[in-house]
Design a protein around this ligand. Structure first.
Ligand code: ZN
Length: 116
């Protein structure tokens, strides 16, 4: 009977993607941090400063770079940094939002049961 309740549920920090506003564990997100002269990626998540988080999906970056990211960082992102971030976004997978349920238009394959 020496077992005490030392169970510590591991706390997973949750963050919001500033592109699509989904909340998810921050290890699934890329951190952008505000620095003195702009904004840059923080792959280690260790840089000091105000940070914002983004999915590793191009669609989220595209959205975020149009304004939400700058808002989240409470700064204006210089053009040069925007270009860097856009370049990075191009290397990301395009990302497939939930469009899977829409493919059932005009498949008229039901009439094949013709028996002569
Ligand atoms: Zn997102």
């Amino acid at each position: 009977m020496a077992l005490k309740g030392v169970r510590k549920p591991r706390h997973v920090p949750q963050r919001t993607c500033v592109g699509c506003r989904q909340v998810l564990p921050k290890r699934n997100l890329i951190r952008i941090v505000r620095v003195e002269d702009g904004a840059r990626m923080d792959p280690t998540g260790k840089l000091a400063g105000r940070g914002a988080y983004l999915h590793d999906l191009r669609s989220c970056w595209d959205k975020a770079l149009k304004g939400p990211l700058a808002n989240a960082l409470r700064t204006t992102i210089p053009q040069a940094d925007l270009e860097t971030l856009k370049d990075y976004a191009k290397s990301l997978p395009a990302g497939d939002p939930v469009l899977q349920d829409n493919g059932t238009e005009g498949s008229g394959e039901q009439e094949e049961l013709l028996t002569d």
